[in-house]
Design a protein around this ligand. Structure first.
Ligand code: ATP
Ligand code: MG
Length: 706
């Protein structure tokens, strides 16, 4: 026990019980910030110290970033152990590669991203002879993705398809699958679908992996989908030592197929499950917890659960009303700058969340204008640039010569005089011979319809790829360098007079650096590992939380994180809740959970911002304050910078300094400024909401007594 004292000392009795739980299924159903993630990290370390081999432990997190963090923490708590910590998708990719032969796949498969997938669906649509004017490839791809996440096979889909759309999908789905397999490619959903299917159908493999992964820990279990659930279930039959943690109030990925029922049914699915609840929040002030709890209590489809904290009361939760979206961006950035100047917080203590990425643009200019360091956390946009995608396509084609999408992307980049007509002919030849496009290019002499420049171009391209393939053993960055050099891609950019090509040249060189860093971290990593890491990257992967800058991200990406001060922007009807959800109670509830997730990230200060007017999709609109703001408890603090300007009669630019003081004055008098006086800009959006919500404190007038 003394050995474990440091692992257990700073845990509550309930948390400790969860960490020390022995064999058998365990469900930790607990509120935001109650230590769920801490508990499973400690549990991994505890199991290791109890003598369980690292090899027998599997921990699943929701993002790669969280996986990396958990690995680090486990390493600190129990040094020298290499536990398998990953997301469900990375787990799937790894299993598929490791057991490729037994499952009948080629281990060099390429993972297609959304873009590639849509291209392939478009091909399959054409092959099915369907005019795709009515349904976009994206929409059909979405339906296929949903089917896969629910483990619905093409024949099963066809049997249940009733309306015209479903019938179209039913025609495309098998053709799309065939194309994927012949390109030796997988889409994202395959990374769950194929392992789930394999585990269901291959008892020998299932039993082997079940006993390998004797202990399984899963974070954010409220957001699992059917395919993920099947994987967990199949790996926990002989050794049902599965520990899941989650909070149904934070289920926010229904649109991606996650199903809240999976966590709610855990006790039924895993007999003899023990359930531990953690009610105490360690993250936030009482004010923040109260505001978030009152909000989420408006969800009807919810098991009531109280969240309490021993933390101080803290500042009231703030609702700031701005005149327009630009003022909002400006106001928030200036507030942050002042908080840093005053020594209250560092830049890195601040996060700004929003429902949609599009709102980051005005923020960016405000950050730049005020010299405030920031980082926008979204995807690895760097790898999505055209030039980098091109170079990556070369690499993908090298690792997987069957990859048709990548072949078509680079065969003429740089230009090799190969036109569309020749490529069509090449494709028919490849289809008739049932070979890949690159292999077909190798047999160019047999394709008599392709002549002249195109024939030479294809022959040269095939030679180039054969030559590069002989160098595959090189470390990833050396291979990237070789591709750039031998393909002529680098020379094309270098010789160009286009200024943007100079940028592109810098970007592809940066790709070499990225590959080098990747390899430096672990010399056993190959080019396939490099490509896989890029494809499976999630939004938060590139985020550096150590650097001293303000973090900007979507509400979805904020899951699991925490910051001393949080700003949520555009808390307005149509944006949060999102307009797509407005007609449907269930979806409004999901949006409310999303708002709840954002609010519960805040440790000390929380600001919900909204504007009276906002330019969105090129149009200036009046905005209606979000119903979620109206649902907050009455003790939130309302701040209206422009109101403070009126009252204090300060110069326009000074309002920001005065506003907090002015707002405090309002609060001290028990009065609060709310809606602008009639003389101010009309704001029809706010008025209609008032009669329905007399109790919220949102009322017309300058001041409202409460
Ligand atoms: P979320 O629902 O947002 O994912 P969570 O339940 O996973 O939250 P953690 O992130 O594990 O919660 O913990 C929230 C914060 O509280 C962290 O800063 C953590 O270090 C701290 N914490 C957790 N348990 C304790 C404890 N017993 N004593 C002190 N601090 C704790
Ligand atoms: Mg957590």
């Amino acid at each position: 026990m003394s050995d474990d004292a440091d692992l257990l000392a700073d845990l509550t009795p309930d948390q400790r019980a969860a960490v020390m739980h022995g064999e058998g299924p365990l469900l930790i159903l607990a509120g935001a910030g109650s230590g769920k993630t801490r508990v499973i990290t400690r549990r991994v370390a505890y199991l290791l110290r109890a003598g369980v081999r690292a090899h027998n432990i599997l921990a699943i997190t929701f993002t790669n970033k969280a996986a990396g963090e958990m690995k680090n923490r486990v390493e600190k708590l129990a040094p020298g152990n290499r536990v398998w910590v990953s997301t469900f998708h990375s787990l799937g990719a790894r299993l598929l590669r490791q057991y490729a032969e037994r499952l009948g796949f080629d281990r060099n498969f390429t993972i297609y991203d959304t873009d590639d997938r849509n291209k392939l669906v478009k091909d399959a649509l054409e092959a099915a002879g369907i005019d795709n004017v009515k349904f976009t490839p994206e929409r059909i791809a979405g339906a296929i993705s949903k089917a896969k996440n629910q483990l619905v096979t093409p024949p099963q889909y066809e049997r249940t398809a009733t309306d015209f759309f479903q019938k179209t999908v039913a025609a495309v789905y098998p053709r799309y699958e065939k194309r994927l397999r012949s390109a030796n490619a997988m889409d994202f959903d395959d990374l769950l679908y194929l392992p789930a299917m394999a585990l269901k159908q291959n008892e020998e493999l299932r039993a082997e992996l079940d006993s390998r992964f004797r202990y399984i820990m899963i974070d954010e279990y409220q957001d699992t989908n059917s395919a993920q659930y099947q994987i967990v279930k199949q790996l926990s039959i002989n050794n049902p030592n599965v520990c899941v943690v989650g909070d149904p109030d934070q289920s926010i990925y229904k649109w991606r197929g996650s199903d809240i029922k999976i966590i709610l049914d855990f006790e039924r699915d895993f007999p003899n499950a023990r359930t531990i609840t953690l009610a105490q929040n360690y993250r936030s002030t009482k004010s923040i917890i109260r505001a978030a709890s009152v909000l989420i209590d408006h969800n009807k489809q919810r098991k009531k659960k109280d969240l309490v904290t021993d933390n101080p009361q803290g500042e009231p939760v703030n609702v700031i009303t701005f005149d327009n979206g630009l003022d909002e961006a400006e106001g928030v950035v200036v507030r942050i700058k002042e908080a840093v100047k005053a020594g209250t917080f560092k830049y890195r203590d601040h996060a700004i969340f929003m429902r949609i990425n599009a709102l980051t643009r005005s923020l960016e200019s405000a950050f730049v204008k005020h010299g405030v360091p920031f980082q926008i956390v979204k995807g690895l946009a760097f790898f999505e640039r055209k030039e980098n995608r091109d170079v990556l396509a070369y690499l993908r084609l090298l690792t997987n010569p069957h990859d048709g999408v990548s072949f078509l992307r680079v065969v003429n980049a740089p230009a090799r005089g190969i036109g569309k007509v020749s490529l069509d002919k090449l494709q028919s030849f490849a289809a008739s011979q049932e070979i890949g496009l690159l292999a077909a290019a190798g047999q160019i002499a047999k394709i008599t319809e392709i002549k002249g420049k195109a024939a030479t171009g294809l022959r040269d391209f095939h030679r180039l790829m054969t030559d590069l393939r002989s160098k595959m053993v090189q470390p990833p960055h050396e291979l990237v360098r070789l591709v750039l050099d031998k393909s002529g891609y680098e020379a094309m950019l270098r010789d160009s007079t286009d200024e943007e090509d100079a940028d592109r040249l810098a970007n592809v060189s940066e790709l070499v650096t990225a590959a080098k860093q990747f390899w430096d971290e672990d010399n056993s990593r190959t080019i396939t590992d490099f490509l896989e890491q890029i494809t499976l990257a999630s939004d938060t992967d590139g985020w550096d939380e150590q650097a001293d800058h303000v973090s900007v991200m979507t509400l979805h990406a904020s899951k699991g994180l925490e910051f001393p001060a949080v700003y949520i922007l555009a808390v307005e009807q149509g944006l949060l809740p999102h307009e797509r959800s407005l007609a449907n109670d269930e979806e409004i509830e999901e949006e409310r959970r999303l708002c709840f997730v954002g609010m519960t990230r805040a440790m000390k200060e929380l600001y919900l911002c909204h504007a009276r007017m906002r330019e969105f999709r090129g149009q200036l609109n009046y905005c209606i304050v979000s119903q979620f703001i109206q649902e907050l408890p009455r003790d939130v603090r309302f701040i209206d910078p422009s109101m403070a300007r009126n009252v204090a009669r300060t110069a326009a630019d000074e309002w920001r300094v005065k506003s907090s003081a002015a707002a405090k004055d309002w609060a001290d008098t028990g009065l609060r400024p709310l809606i602008p006086p009639a003389s101010r800009k009309p704001n029809p959006g706010l008025k209609p909401t008032i009669p329905d919500a007399p109790d919220t404190g949102l009322a017309v007038g300058v001041l409202v007594q409460h």
